[in-house]
Design a protein around this ligand. Sequence first.
Ligand code: KIV
Ligand code: ZN
Length: 402
Amino acid sequence: MPGVETRDPNRVIVFDTTLRDGEQAPGFSMNAETKVAMAGALRDLGVDVIEAGFAAASPGDAEAVRRVAGEVEGPVFCSLSRASEEDIRTAYGALQSTPKRRLHIFLSTSPIHRAAKLNLSAGEVLETAVRAVSFARTLFDDVEFSAEDAIRTEPDFLGDVMEAVADAGATTLNIPDTVGYSTPAEIGQVFAEIKRRVTPRHPDVVISAHCHNDLGMAVANTLSAVANGARQIEVAINGIGERAGNCALEEVVMALRTRADLYGVHTGVDTTKLVSISRLLSRLTDSPVVRNKAIVGMNAFAHEAGIHQHGMLADARTYEIMRPEDVGFRGTRLVLGKHSGRHAIAQRAESLGYRLTANTLGHVFAHFKKRADEIGEIDDSELLAIIQAVAADEGGRRVLAS
Ligand code: KIV
Ligand code: ZN
């Protein structure tokens, strides 16, 4: 099969669209320089396909695709394209410098898009799709076809389009939930049906999921697609993308890994690089990651509640389902604040060189709670100041337990 080598039926291809769908969203615009930096990090992360842009969208986008494909080596590089010869040729020109290139053609299939956007009948959409894929195959070995707004398309017509473009030579069939409308149960059925229709005649064709997050279900829907036969997932770092974004790479990859018992598949992603690439994107686009963001947010492995900290000190598996090191954090963060208990204070004091007597710990704890109410998080220097103040109050008596 051209493009990504996937002999292993349980290997899921990671198609990253941070630099295309992600970059299309307000606030995430990237120039060629930024895209090259991100593409290098995505390559190191181990993604299989990088969608570098939409070459026909603007001369700047074409230049960015050209530079990314020319300056970064390893993955397959891809450009988005409308179903027109002109777009396909422009993408071909931009991807000249790499032998590992893919064309990604999209065309809307849903009734609302056919009427309001394309002014084409269903038959004309099917014909246009087949013509575009056939032409693309004269230039590219690796052609992906996306039925834009697939989820709101009549299921029979979607199946007809997918069969026809596979017959015309498409090597990947993408079924996007363009408007983030689907649910896990529904999208699972759509994928199972397309697989049932296409796979017997085209066993090597890869079926792909591209889910938007308008109802907050992009990751859940992508997982359901995988459970029903998708072997490519289209994702973006930090979940950036049109409107509420795309399926977040870090979340779906860690879900597949953490719940390998359920899904039985794997990716080629080096998960220890997830935090650093998330931070890189955040810095390059000047867009902070919210602290409670799954996997890469600063609270993802932080604990403040006393009961949780007690459990964590005994065995991290009490409250953590992944190891922080596996996603690139240095370790768990036990945050000291008004919810923390004595155990955590005693342990942090000891790590700072103070093994507190029971009596002193009682005084330190009382001061600590008062101060935490005033300022929130108590960092190490605040705790040291409290310990030293208590020691002074105690008339310089020993605060260390023997
Ligand atoms: O959401 C979508 O339908 C897209 C296509 C271009 C794949 O981004
Ligand atoms: Zn999209």
